[in-house]
Design a protein around this ligand. Structure first.
Ligand code: FHN
Length: 433
């Protein structure tokens, strides 16, 4: 009996030890960065790589079963003669976005930064020989834009990415490999990304879904490694599931939090971390020359506002051309978003999801005692709001802050508008006292 109690005690101690070791305690800097991240509300996603030359998206190697050795010869011709980091960052600033998340290495395995871990990178393998990530990092610092790095966990080119996952089965990879070596490769590249480019706002992982659920990616080692180098760096993983220990944010792909129209977000229950949703401006992430399915200005603004109303940031993508320029339509759309934000930015930046959850007619955002009612789609000139506050005052956010008539209703108020709203976003500011 005595022996059993000793064993039980030892077991409990060991379990408590493991739990304590596994629990991630974010640094104060990290917690502050989470708040700052949520305040930014809008980021620009950039998918750019040697695949841009084929102008058919970033999955072309997989989709056309291109042998990865043949694909690698694309690098010899990659010379984005019109790439200018200052122009990119100026486009981003004009859009009103506050951060960039750029692909440093996508599933094709080509590194868009100067890495010592493999010669298959933009500096060593292309005639361009410039570290575009370094140039972008410098320019972001100059123009006050935060920089996040997209990093693919899966790799269609490396032999040590093994076992081969769900994708890239037809690209001529070997049938054996050394996972330990691949894991070390990723840690070493992450060290470079976190030491050579200044402060990194976030590492944004993608590709976990390539392996079966039970596969051990040893993510926690990767996360701890990142936080050891830059404790403030946020870790976001686009794994389409609920957040894992060690992460600092949760992202949703082509869905607002809680939705699953994309088919990616099925098991992604909403956790407690800062939220983000990423979306394409047309239907492609990487440059696609025939994809002209661009969302309208109104759709883009609605998506941004709905993200904010869902307490999330929006990361809106652009796929630059192989010459290093943003497609003209993308620039025009970003500018339109920026113009709108010049007037309405106050109702988006620095806000959190409002007191009233998303509805068919729109969303609410809140900052202090100011509730912003974003009416996006209302077929009436009156809007019922289930607001408990007894003393409220409402004005049109714009239109000279004209007062909006309020009538009391059961458990709430009714905003009496002068007409059925037809603007992109009719914002009523409700002062809650
Ligand atoms: O496979 C990628 C895809 O190419 C793109 O990078 C998106 C962005 O969220 N994520 C993956 C699909 O889930």
């Amino acid at each position: 009996m005595k022996q059993f109690i000793i064993l039980l005690f030892a077991f409990l101690l060991a379990t408590a030890g493991i739990t304590a070791q596994q629990r991630y305690n974010p640094s104060e800097e990290n917690l502050n960065n989470r708040e700052a991240f949520q305040d930014m509300k809008f980021g620009v996603f950039i998918h750019w790589g040697i695949y841009s030359m084929m102008a058919d998206g970033e999955w072309i190697m997989n989709n056309k079963n291109i042998d990865h050795r043949e694909y690698a010869t694309l690098a010899d011709g990659f010379y984005p003669s019109r790439f200018n980091a200052a122009t990119w960052v100026s486009h981003v600033k004009a859009s009103g976005a506050k951060y960039i998340c750029i692909t440093t290495r996508h599933h094709d395995g080509f590194s868009m930064f100067g890495t010592k871990q493999s010669p298959y990178n933009i500096v060593d393998a292309t005639p361009f020989r410039r570290d575009v990530i370094g140039e972008l990092a410098d320019e972001c610092r100059r123009q006050g834009i935060r920089l996040h790095f997209y990093y693919s966990l899966l790799d269609w080119a490396r032999a040590d990415y093994y076992p081969i996952g769900r994708t890239g089965k037809g690209v001529g990879r070997t049938e054996q490999g050394d996972w330990e070596s691949y894991h070390r490769f990723m840690l070493n590249q992450l060290t470079e990304l976190l030491t050579n480019y200044g402060e990194v706002g976030a590492i944004w992982f993608d590709g976990k879904w390539d392996q079966p659920d039970h596969f051990d990616w040893r993510l926690r080692e990767i996360y701890d490694h990142i936080h050891r180098i830059q404790p403030g760096c946020l870790i976001i993983n686009n794994h389409h599931i609920a957040p894992l220990e060690g992460e600092d944010g949760q992202t949703f792909e082509k869905d607002l939090p809680g939705q699953n129209q994309s088919g990616y977000s099925g098991t992604a229950t909403i956790g407690q971390l800062p939220l983000e949703t990423c979306e394409t401006m047309n239907r492609s992430w990487g440059y696609n020359i025939t994809d002209k399915n661009y969302k309208s200005e109104k759709e883009l603004i609605h998506y941004l506002v709905k993200a904010a109303g869902n307490n999330a940031n929006l990361l809106m993508n652009v796929g630059p051309r192989p010459d290093g320029t943003f497609p003209d339509i993308a620039v025009q759309r970003y500018n339109a978003m920026g113009e709108w934000l010049k007037t309405y930015g106050e109702t988006v930046y620095g806000t959190r999801g409002g007191d009233i959850g998303p509805r068919d007619w729109g969303v609410t955002t809140r900052k202090g005692n100011r509730l912003f009612v974003h009416i996006l789609n209302l077929k009436d000139d009156a809007l019922y709001l289930p607001i408990e506050a007894k003393q409220v005052k409402a004005v049109h956010f714009f239109a000279g802050r004209k007062p909006v008539k309020i009538t009391r209703a059961a458990d709430g108020i009714v905003l009496q508008l002068e007409r059925i709203p037809d603007e992109t976003d009719c914002v009523v500011e409700v002062e809650m006292r």
